[in-house]
Design a protein. Structure first.
Length: 152
């Protein structure tokens, strides 16, 4: 019989049962990376970007038509405050239209944030963890550059 507290699910590595759980205070903000490949996906990514801007107070990042940093496919980033997670993430689940979206917390460990602790909407893609550090300052939500006029 399996003891759920004794091992982790992924790889059956032992878990320190005496360790305290990590706290939500570690999370300074979140990023959603919205990936696209080819013109049809780019058009849907544009549609999604416009709808996000109409509904959520976020920071929409630049279009990255070439791989950048750990991201191996074209994408743009959405930076958002912790308070938006409960509405933005389910909205993305319903409206991603087949696009892959990586959502990760921003803590002091970018490598863990991108590789161990993210959630994926759509098909998971490769992330180049070698370019990410194990220790950095947690990034607060970036200055909002949208003016929502519609509700989610």
């Amino acid at each position: 019989m399996r003891r759920w507290g004794a091992t982790s699910i992924e790889g059956e590595h032992p878990v320190n049962e005496k360790a305290s759980p990590r706290t939500l205070a570690e999370i300074a903000s979140y990023h959603a990376h919205i990936y696209y490949a080819g013109q049809p996906e780019r058009r849907h990514a544009e549609w999604l970007r416009l709808r996000i801007a109409e509904r959520f107070r976020v920071r929409l990042g630049n279009w990255r038509d070439e791989p950048v940093g750990p991201h191996q496919q074209a994408m743009y980033q959405v930076s958002f405050a912790n308070e938006l997670f409960a509405t933005l993430v389910p909205w993305l689940m319903l409206n991603h239209g087949g696009l892959s979206i990586l959502i990760h917390p921003n803590t002091t460990n970018p490598k863990r944030d991108h590789l161990i602790d993210p959630i994926w909407i759509g098909r998971p893609l490769g992330v180049n963890g070698e370019v990410l550090g194990d220790e950095d300052e947690a990034e607060e939500a970036l200055e909002v550059n949208t003016e929502p006029t519609l509700g989610a």
